[in-house]
Design a protein around this ligand. Sequence first.
Ligand SMILES: *Cc1c(COP(=O)(O)O)cnc(C)c1O
Length: 433
Amino acid sequence: MSFRDDGAEALEWAASYLERVRELPVLAQVEPGEIRRALPESPPEAGEPFSAVLRDLDEVLLPGITHWQHPGFFAYFATTGSEPGILAELLAATLNVTQILWRASPAATELELVTMDWLAQLLGLPREWHGHIEDTASTSTLAALAAARQAFPGRVVLCSEHAHSSVEKAARLLGLAVQKIPADYEFRMRTEDLHDLEGACALVATVGTTSSTSVDPVAELAEICEREHVWLHVDAAYAGSAMVCPEFRWAWEGIERADSVVVNPHKWLFTPVDCSALWTRRPDDLHAAMTLVPEYLRTGDEDALNLSEYGPALGRRFRALKLWAVLRCYGREGLQERIREAVRLAELFEGWVREAPAWEVVAPRPFSVVCFRREGSDEENADLLERVNASGEAFLSHTALDGRYVLRLAIGNARTTEEDVRRAWDVLRREAR
Ligand SMILES: *Cc1c(COP(=O)(O)O)cnc(C)c1O
C-alpha cells in the first residue's frame, strides 16, 4: 500500500470515528493493565503494513480510549479537536518542521507571530505584547514565573487556594515558595490581607479556576502588583477562550496591566491538544530568563526572532498551523457562536438542577461549568458519579468546595447538543433513584 492509499484509509477511519463516537461508551470501561496485556510484548522483527496499526486501533486500543470527542464528555474541561485542527495536525506532521531557530523554518515562526496577533485581537488583548505558543498551560506558567523570578528579587509566588496545581509545580521547579491566599464565599481570591507583598516576585490570578471557574479580581490585583513591584501572571487557561465574546470580558477587566497571560486554545477554542498561548508585556524579562544559544546554533540572522529563546523547549512543533486553521475556518463569528452555545447549554442545565427537589447548585456559574450536588452524603454523591460514568452515556468529574464533594458538568465540546445535555440530566436522575 502506498502513503496515498494508507492515508485515505486513515482519513476514512477519522471521519467515521467522528460520526460514530456518540455510540461508544464515553469513559473507557477497562481495568488497569487490561489494554497492556492485549498488546504484544515485543516489537515485530519485520515491518508490518500500516493497515495492521489501524486494525489494532479498532480492536485493541479503542476499548481503552476515553472519548474526549464524545458529545457526552462533561468531565474536567470538555474540549474539541475540530476538523480543521485535525487536518492541520496531519499537515504539520507532514512538514515535520522543528522550529529551533527562525531559519529552521521562517514561515513557522512568522505564522506563529501572526496567529498570536490574531488571537490577541480576537480576545481583546494589547497587540504590542509578545505572544508565542507552548505545549500546555503548565509550561506557559513555568516560563512566566521564570520571567518573574528574573524581573523581581522576591522568591515567593502568591496565588489563591483555588489556583491550578501547575502554579505550585512551576514554583517547585524554579525553587520558589508558594503562599496560598484564602478565597471568599464565591471562591475568588480575597484581597483584604494583601497589603504587604514583601518577598514575593509573582502573583498568579486565575480567571476561571479549575474547580468552579471562579474569577479572581484582575484589576484590583494589578493595582496591588504595580504598587508592590510584583509580576502579575493571569491563568486563563480555560476561560480565556470565552473572551472572543465581548460580553465575558468583564472577567479579566484590567488584563492590559498584567505582566503575562496564558490561554489554552486546546481547551475551549476547538484546537487539538496541545496548544497553549502565552503573552507577556515584558518580553525582555522572559527572554533573559530563557535565552541560551550555544555556538552551533548561532546565526547571522540578526533581525530574526528565535521563539525558542522565550520558552523551555529548543525544538518546537509547528503548532501555529492548527490554530491558524481553526481561526480561519471558524472566523470570529463561528468562535463566538460556539462559545455562546456552550454557555447557553450550561445555563439550561443549571436551571434544571435549581428547579429539581433534592438537587442543589453549589457555586456561581460565570461560564460553561456547573457545580452541583444531590442531597445526601459525600459518599452518596461519589457513588452516584461512579454509576453515571459506568453507564457510558455521560462522563462527569468532581471537585471539593467548602469541604464538600461536588459534581461538575463542563460543557465545551462543540459536538454537544441540547439533547446530549438533557440526556446527561436524565442519566443523573435515573442513577440517583
Ligand atoms: C487546565 C488548566 C491548567 C493546566 O493546563 P495544561 O495545559 O494541562 O497544563 C492550568 N490552569 C488552569 C486554570 C486550567 O484550567
